[in-house]
Design a protein around this ligand. Structure first.
Ligand code: LHQ
Length: 263
């Protein structure tokens, strides 16, 4: 059977490689099922404290596999159901995942592929990569949380123009606009993304999960609500063994040894 997702266990972290290069890693049902399950397993596993998501071949992901969507087979499709069944759970899982998810955009990221990339926690892109909000070309609405995340990252004017025009956005401009963390030369992308993921895997996993929760909540909060949330999360953090270890390591001038969970 075609292995549509490669899962590579590394030292404390996991690399998930979208593996349908002949279709620029477009999503079919098998890839959805495999990626969703792999993220769930990564969230649960004590051997995994960070995840790196990338694509095989010259593309990162071309969104939905349109080969599966030829019109005329059994009447108009219910794309809402496709989102409800596959894409929305995937985005919810990425955003709620209590471990950092790094995305290495190795080539073109189009449609859902572009918005899955920006739903990850830290996004690196190869210099040659581009991002395309291609939905309007086939009369669709940007999905995977793109209408929520993209205007917050780059502002409504830029988000709207990209979504209306479906013009490709270079990785360099994406970084200049704050849509992604940084651009890396093509040959160095894999190594830099792996090194970053490995570093995150050695940080306080529970600590990073709290930061993620705080940032996730902030979009829907007032400053007062966010101050309350920071107080609650800091209270938890202050009771963690990782905090004690972090302070001790600082005072003893050595590297901290963090755990994968609160104890
Ligand atoms: C593909 C695809 C693809 C199949 C390249 N499917 N084969 C949600 C709910 C339900 C349904 C609908 O969708 C959604 C969300 C979405 O994601 S909508 C957006 C769907 N994606 C697109 O519209 C992007 C379509 N692809 C493209 O525009 C181009 O392929 C890009 C700009 C990504 C790359 O262009 P090129 O570098 O020129 O490559 P190419 O077009 O030659 O593609 C290489 C091969 O990959 C080619 O196959 P072939 O057999 O001719 O070599 C393409 O047919 C295939 N491919 N995207 N989404």
């Amino acid at each position: 059977m075609e292995q549509v997702l490669r899962v590579e266990q590394r030292d404390g972290w996991r690399k998930l490689v979208l593996n349908r290069p002949e279709r620029l890693n477009a999503f079919n049902e098998a890839l959805h099922t495999a990626l969703y399950a792999a993220l769930g397993e990564a969230a649960e596993s004590q051997d995994c404290r960070a995840v790196l998501l990338t694509g095989e071949g010259r593309g990162f992901c071309a969104g939905q596999d349109l080969g599966d969507r030829r019109p005329g087979q059994g009447g108009p499709p219910d794309l809402g159901q496709t989102l409800e069944r596959f894409y929305n759970p995937l985005i919810r899982r990425l955003r709620a995942m209590p471990k950092p998810v790094v995305c290495a955009v190795n080539g073109v990221a189009a449609g859902a592929g572009a918005n899955i990339a920006i739903a990850c926690d830290i996004v690196l892109a190869a210099r040659s990569a581009k991002f395309i909000q291609s939905f309007s070309k086939i009369a669709l609405v940007p999905d995977c949380g793109g209408t929520f995340l993209l205007p917050r990252l780059i502002g409504e004017a830029r988000a709207k123009a990209l979504m209306f025009s479906a013009e490709p956005l270079s990785a360099t401009t994406a970084a200049e606009w704050g849509m992604i963390w940084k651009v890396v030369e093509d040959a160095g992308l894999d190594g830099e993304a792996e090194a970053l993921t490995s570093r995150l895997a050695n940080q306080s996993t529970a600590g990073l999960a709290r930061i993620k929760r705080a940032l996730e909540a902030s979009a829907g909060h007032t400053l007062d609500q966010q101050l309350d949330l920071e107080r609650d999360l800091q209270r938890e953090a202050g009771r963690s063994t990782d905090y004690a270890e972090g302070v001790l390591a600082f005072l003893e001038k050595r590297a901290p040894r963090f755990h994968g969970r609160d104890e």
